[in-house]
Design a protein around this ligand. Structure first.
Ligand SMILES: [Mg+2]
Length: 342
């Protein structure tokens, strides 16, 4: 089998939020072959990511056998390294990597999860991320909940978390995500106030560049620290895992280098005694990794704007199950895609 084309576009769906997800947003990568199979992946980087695919990555793959995915990854990484390593070049590469994994599964007529040694069909528990509070009617819809709270007002944040814990009862896992909005003292002060509330993790309390701050938190914070949605490649995660700056790492499979890197990150994390909880794990690409690689599965619920990726399994009563379709099992109706950048 030979690759005949590598295409990248930026689809939009009705209701797509007018923010970074669409302005510098998710891109669809399609890899066509002379066997009539097309592999699909989703990466990031918007128009800039599309440019990287078309002007650099496409030429590396044309006329090649798609099978040696890991070899192609290395060649694409080397080609983008001078201007890449992290950020949008790797986000673009991620979409290409996932499309190659989709082709690998389709060629072998197996789901990607099975290629990785896992099974499909088991219920994987889900959690949902909410910005303000957990509506009472949602408590039975997910197995865990995460509150996005950016306010640096520790009293207000602690009150909101306490109220949510009362609503959920003592046992349902509850997490807090600050999206890099706090500093070291704020985080330690808050952690001290909420340490008896059974909080599973505090996510990205500090900017990702504050390595000294995370070192300090790993020594002093009574609540586990999670993060990694803004880190890239297995090489990037190695340092975080070796220094145990996070107790849970959260790679985003569509941004961090694709399945090829997520496989390595799971392996490193297991060896380093660190947990993994994929960012946006209930989206189809991450779900296959969770089904195969995760000893403690918990899938973050998908994002409603990616409706152009068809075939994603529904979340039912807080669980999501993969079916047995080959590759990632996605349906992309290319004729009906509404494109922001074509
Ligand atoms: Mg987050």
């Amino acid at each position: 089998m030979k690759i005949t084309d590598v295409r990248a576009v930026q689809p939009v769906a009705p209701g797509s939020p007018p923010d970074w997800r669409t302005s510098l947003g998710q891109i669809l990568v399609a890899i066509d072959t002379d066997a009539g199979l097309t592999g699909y992946g989703v990466g990031g980087g918007g128009l800039a990511g599309i440019h990287v695919v078309r002007s650099v990555l496409r030429d590396i793959l044309l006329d090649q056998d798609p099978e040696p995915v890991e070899l192609h990854w290395q060649r694409m990484y080397r080609a983008t390294l001078p201007f890449g390593q992290k950020g949008l070049a790797i986000m673009a590469l991620s979409g290409v990597d996932l499309a190659l994994w989709d082709l690998r599964g389709k060629a072998r007529k197996e789901p990607v999860a099975c290629l990785l040694g896992g099974k499909v069909g088991q219920p994987i528990p889900t959690y949902i991320t909410l910005w303000d509070e957990v509506p009472a009617e949602m408590v039975n819809q997910h197995r865990a909940f995460k509150l996005h709270i950016h306010s640096p007002n520790v009293t207000e944040v602690a009150d909101r978390i306490e109220k949510t814990r009362r609503l959920l009862g003592p046992d349902i896992p509850l997490m807090v995500d600050a999206w890099m909005s706090w500093d070291l003292d704020t985080t330690l002060d808050l952690a001290d106030r909420i340490k008896t509330l059974n909080i599973a993790w505090i996510e990205e309390p500090l900017p990702i560049d504050d390595l000294a701050g995370y070192d300090e938190l790993s020594r002093r914070c009574p609540i586990p620290i999670a993060g990694g949605e803004h880190e890239f490649t297995a090489a990037g995660f190695r340092d975080w895992i070796d220094h145990r700056r996070h107790q849970i790492v959260q790679p985003d499979i569509c941004w961090c280098g694709g399945m090829t890197e997520v496989v390595k990150i799971f392996e490193m994390a297991k060896q380093g005694g660190v947990g993994v909880c994929l960012h946006r794990g209930a989206e189809i690409w991450g779900l296959h990794a969770i089904a195969a690689l995760d000893d403690n599965p918990l899938a973050e619920s998908g994002r409603p704007w990616m409706t152009w990726v068809g075939g994603q399994p529904p979340i039912e009563n807080g669980y999501i199950r993969l079916d047995d379709r080959p590759g990632f099992g996605v349906d992309i109706d290319e004729d009906r895609l509404h494109l922001l950048y074509a």
